[in-house]
Design a protein around this ligand. Structure first.
Ligand SMILES: Cc1cc2nc3c(=O)[nH]c(=O)nc-3n(C[C@H](O)[C@H](O)[C@H](O)COP(=O)(O)O)c2cc1C
Length: 181
């Protein structure tokens, strides 16, 4: 199973990006997690360009199409989602990459309820399938944990692996559904 992981933070020391790097490190055999590296390089969305988007936008669309599932971890800025993640999502509205795509939303801060809800609403209206059992809150903001500590934190590793297993179950189920049709 191929997972594309997208952090909505461009910060070098981003906790959301760290969580996704740890997800890649603790993924069980057969689950490949790739972090999307170019969110900050995307141009600002302009509907005038949507019919012939720049190569970097087409590359993101292709990466999403090729992934079995997405994991999005994004912080809250002023009770909204970050401009970076909204910009990336806006570019994908006009193509089919999100349609029926299983998505897990990770939240690195229990306080960030507005952004989490907004993100859920946006991906749902883009026709993605939010996999509830794979959506987790990992309280990292203020916890002062580095990547190495996270990899050795049994509860966090269990939550991350649990999310991946829930995604795998969903992806397997979806494939079976499609094959049965
Ligand atoms: C401009 C700005 C606005 C923020 N607004 C909120 C907010 O409304 N609610 C919240 O819970 N945290 C807010 N935060 C805190 C961030 O969510 C927190 O710093 C988080 O660690 C950022 O994610 P990152 O570490 O992945 O960059 C804000 C941070 C910044 C820089």
């Amino acid at each position: 199973m191929k997972i594309l992981a997208i952090s909505g933070s461009l910060r070098a020391a981003s906790l959301n990006a760290m969580l996704l790097r740890v997800l890649a490190r603790v993924a069980p055999a057969g689950v490949e997690v790739t972090l999307y590296p170019d969110l900050g390089q995307l141009p600002l969305f302009n509907p005038d360009l949507a019919d012939a988007p720049p190569a970097i936008v087409r590359a993101l669309e292709q990466a999403i199409l090729e992934a079995d599932a997405l994991v999005i971890a994004s912080p809250e800025y002023a009770h909204g989602v970050t401009g970076a993640i909204k910009n990336g999502l806006d570019w994908m509205v006009g193509n089919e990459s999100f349609i029926n795509k299983p998505v897990a939303l990770f939240n690195a801060s229990p306080r960030a309820t507005h952004a989490h809800a907004a993100l859920r609403e946006t991906v749902c209206v883009m026709s993605a399938r939010v996999v509830e059992a794979a959506c987790i809150v990992v309280p990292l903001v203020g916890a002062n944990l580095d990547e190495q500590a996270l990899v050795h934190d049994a509860a966090i590793v269990a939550a991350l692996r649990g999310a991946l297993l829930a995604l795998r179950e969903h992806v397997g189920g979806s494939t079976a559904d499609v094959m049965a049709q």
